[in-house]
Design a protein around this ligand. Structure first.
Ligand code: NAD
Length: 426
């Protein structure tokens, strides 16, 4: 399904330039400052495999901006079709989106992203090989991460297990046994926060609820298509289902399915657990990715990878709301087409910001050494999301622009304010 289109970093920069136009930022130097990452670290990761051979992996940590607080962003293990060079540009783009996301969410953090170019779902790695890869990567980036510097989190094909190994390795290198605030997305016994595992999907569902209310779409009986079937997608689906929606489409790396009469999330999840894919779900039809994205529905949740909705798909899409649980699923060329069709696109930096918002509260809890209940944490996140949605909707209406431009303008303005308050040193 994954399509290689334009350079993702060029897409991110185009979105930034649009925001600068809205804000009247003409200074070329400032635009370049906002576009380029502060630091990009590319590392060689030598690992002794179980068969005795040495294998070299390539890893990245890109720190985009820390004017508003420590860098923050996930680490993914993946092998995009474009190869290592493409991944470098992808990580740069993703780190910039993290800067805008933390800013829009109103949490005092910056933006970063990391990755190792390999796919643990395609190739089999033993538990110990996985641990060696993660720990050696942590060693390579250990000087630039830390609770007050840069705080990684899980992303595609990484989980609380990898975060625990990063925390443990970093702690040993720095002579501390207890420093959970170096990563977020940890399992609960390791200092994780309640509600973090569901945060991204729950946040997406809150955004969709606000958008539906705005256009007068009843959620009861609203038809939803999910692209992807991992963390972001399944919790979006579960919470939208709880709000009354019906899931009629889903997909994963093995294929895409539609069942217009609806599928229960718990049945789909059970099927996926048993078969390793959603494909073949009883009563469903296997379709192409294009068909999945363009089947008539009310709410489309792209929750897999970037570059999924191009101009061609945008012309054919038949939904009312798109909630971008994934990062960068829509190409810039598609935005004006969707806007003209009056489809509300809740951009990634808002729609999936529930994850980083609860990550922020996980970090706060770690720093305080105090732990809060699920309902309290979820409510804190809901407040950020609802405020973010309404701030952006108000600006979008006032300026007659789409939600992406409105969100970006709000986020960029806050980073510029922080940059100007700090000034340039020396
Ligand atoms: P995940 O590893 O839990 O799931 C990824 C899903 O994508 C899997 O179901 C996989 O089968 C599917 N996938 C992979 N290749 C695919 C393909 N070619 N076609 C269709 N599906 C494919 O990852 P996740 O955490 O759910 O992340 C998904 C997206 O959400 C990413 O863009 C990520 O950056 C974004 N996101 C996640 C979080 C989070 O907290 N998990 C936060 C913000 C953004």
């Amino acid at each position: 399904m994954a399509k290689i289109h334009a350079d993702p970093f060029a897409n991110a920069t185009k979105q930034l330039n649009d925001a600068c136009d809205i804000l009247g930022i003409k200074d070329k130097g400032l635009r370049e400052y906002l576009a380029m990452p502060n630091k990009m670290m590319r590392v060689k990761i030598p690992v002794r495999m179980d068969n005795g051979q040495i294998r070299i992996f390539t890893g990245f940590r890109c720190q985009h901006n820390n004017d508003r607080g420590p860098y923050k962003g996930g680490i993914r293990y993946f092998d995009p079709e474009g190869g290592v060079e493409y991944m470098e540009r992808e990580v740069m783009a993703l780190s910039a989106w993290m800067t805008w996301k933390t800013s829009l969410a109103g949490v005092p953090l910056g933006g970063a992203k990391g990755a190792i170019y390999f796919n643990p779902k395609k190739e089999k790695f033993s538990r110990i090989e996985m641990s060696r890869i993660t720990r050696r990567f942590t060693f390579m980036i250990s000087e630039i991460i830390g609770p007050q510097k840069d705080i990684p989190a899980p992303d595609v094909y990484t989980t609380g297990k990898e975060m625990t190994q990063i925390m443990d390795t970093w702690g040993k290198l720095h002579g501390v046994t207890q420093q959970p605030a170096v990563v977020t997305g940890k399992p609960i016994p390791m200092g994780g926060s309640l509600a973090r595992n569901v945060a991204t999907g729950l946040g997406t569902a809150y955004c969709v609820r606000e958008a539906a209310q705005y256009i007068g779409l009843p959620l009861k009986g609203a038809k939803v298509i999910l692209q992807g079937f991992g963390n972001a997608s399944t919790f979006s689906g579960e919470y939208l289902e709880k709000m009354g929606c019906i899931i009629i489409g889903a997909s994963d790396s093995k294929g895409d399915i539609i069942k217009t009469s609806g599928m229960k999330m718990k049945d789909l999840e059970k099927w996926k657990r048993k078969k390793g894919t959603v494909v073949g779900f009883p009563g469903s039809t296997k379709v192409t990715t294009e068909k999945l994205l363009t089947t008539k529905c009310d709410i489309l949740i792209p929750a897999a990878l970037e570059n999924q909705i191009d101009a061609n798909i945008a012309k054919k899409i038949q939904c009312k709301i798109i909630g971008e649980a994934a990062n960068g699923p829509t190409l810039p060329e598609a935005d004006p087409i969707l806007f003209k069709k009056k489809i509300i696109v809740i951009p990634d930096i808002l729609a999936n910001s529930g994850g980083v918002t609860i990550s922020y509260y996980e970090w706060v809890q770690n720093n305080l050494g105090q732990y809060w209940g699920f309902v309290h944490v979820a409510k804190l996140m809901e407040d950020h999301i609802v405020r973010g949605y309404h701030d952006a909707a108000a600006l979008a209406t006032k300026k007659k622009i789409d939600m992406r431009r409105a969100c970006m303008a709000i986020a960029v303005k806050r980073v510029v304010e922080a940059f100007e308050l700090r000034g340039i040193w020396p």
